[in-house]
Design a protein around this ligand. Structure first.
Ligand SMILES: Nc1ncnc2c1ncn2[C@@H]1O[C@H](COP(=O)(O)OP(=O)(O)OP(=O)(O)O)[C@@H](O)[C@H]1O
Length: 307
């Protein structure tokens, strides 16, 4: 059996390549047939996944990188049903692995792929904005959480914290900076074509396929990628000084008890804000938008899960 690997050598401030070296040694030891492709620039993983899958053959495709690499690979896959997806985490936050119980250790993660015991069929999210349609595996968001992702993508703090093995603190550090900068907006949410809600002074809306984002913040504790629905968390109407309290509580998923935090579940949603706000999918930037459609895909992805 042939395995196809797409590796982001730059993930977690260049640790991706070191993780590949470890993985490659094991592949050789186990005499596995494989092809490997390395990303050379942002979004290259999407082009590589398209090239690997455009023949239409059924194959096992493995991503090595962070949540952003998972996102870029899945956006290049021509038909989701033609692949079995394996993932070896090499990012700074790795939120995708949490609900799927995947090993963090690269050798264990590889053995889990080569000798799979459990598979899951998961749904992906989709976002549509300005004539662009993109899949997401973990979450999408508009407002404050997306502004944090935008800043993290160019952050020197992230590189520094990754070097001293404290990369998970990146998002927390940047969050405090973004609380100062953020400008809450009235957000209109229309769900499943039937209900409309208005949230004054919205800090952010997160649309979650998995329960964690931002390096372990459990914004939608009941979200599951196996369900054909997305969970939403909307934080609104708070003074800036009140914001850190529910944010810190979100580490354990306890923030939903606080005033100004609403959650709901739906299959599709239309979102509008008057002023363009930062948007992200799986931590990758989708620029600044006023109108978004977000939905849960009907198609499923077969993924090699952990136990
Ligand atoms: N060769 C490359 N050079 C520069 N950037 C790259 C390259 N390959 C991929 N990228 C970019 O690296 C970024 C980060 O990748 P990824 O999300 O996988 O790792 P991470 O940020 O360390 O992890 P996490 O998302 O879990 O915090 C993505 O925006 C991707 O487009």
């Amino acid at each position: 059996m042939m395995y196809y690997f797409i590796v982001n050598p730059k993930a977690r401030s260049n640790r991706g390549m070191r993780i590949w070296d470890v993985v490659e040694k094991e592949l050789k030891k186990e005499q596995v047939s494989y092809e490997v492709y390395f990303t050379e620039y942002p979004h290259h993983a999407t082009d590589l996944a398209r090239v690997v899958t455009e023949g239409g053959d059924y194959l096992t495709l493995v991503a090595i990188g962070g949540d952003g690499t998972v996102n870029e690979v899945l956006n290049g896959v021509v038909r989701l049903e033609q692949i079995t997806f394996g993932y070896i985490p090499a990012g700074s936050s790795n939120d995708f692995i949490r609900d799927l119980h995947l090993p963090v250790n690269p050798v264990e993660a590889l053995h889990n792929i080569l000798h799979p015991k459990y598979y899951k069929n998961i749904h992906l999210g989709q976002i549509i904005y300005a004539d662009t349609r993109r899949r997401f595996a973990v979450s999408s968001g508009i407002g404050f959480d997306a502004a944090i992702c935008h800043e993290a993508l160019k952050s020197r703090l992230k590189n520094f914290l990754n070097r001293i093995k404290l990369g998970k603190l990146t998002y927390m550090g940047i969050a405090f900076h973004q609380i100062v900068l953020c400008k809450p907006e009235l957000l209109t949410l229309h769900i499943d074509g039937c209900k409309t809600f208005q949230f004054p002074r919205t800090l952010f809306l997160a649309a979650m396929n998995c329960s964690y984002e931002g390096g372990g913040y459990r914004f939608c504790p009941k979200a599951s990628p196996e369900r054909e629905a997305l969970d939403f968390c909307i934080v609104h109407g708070l003074h800036k000084w009140e914001v850190p309290i529910p944010l810190l509580a979100a580490k354990k998923g306890h923030h939903t008890r606080f005033k100004g935090v609403d959650t709901l579940r739906c299959r599709k949603a239309r979102i509008h804000v008057d002023t363009p706000l930062a948007v992200h999918i799986d931590g990758e930037s989708c620029g600044f938008q006023t109108d978004l459609d977000i939905e849960c895909s009907k198609e499923t992805l077969r993924i090699i899960a952990g136990c």
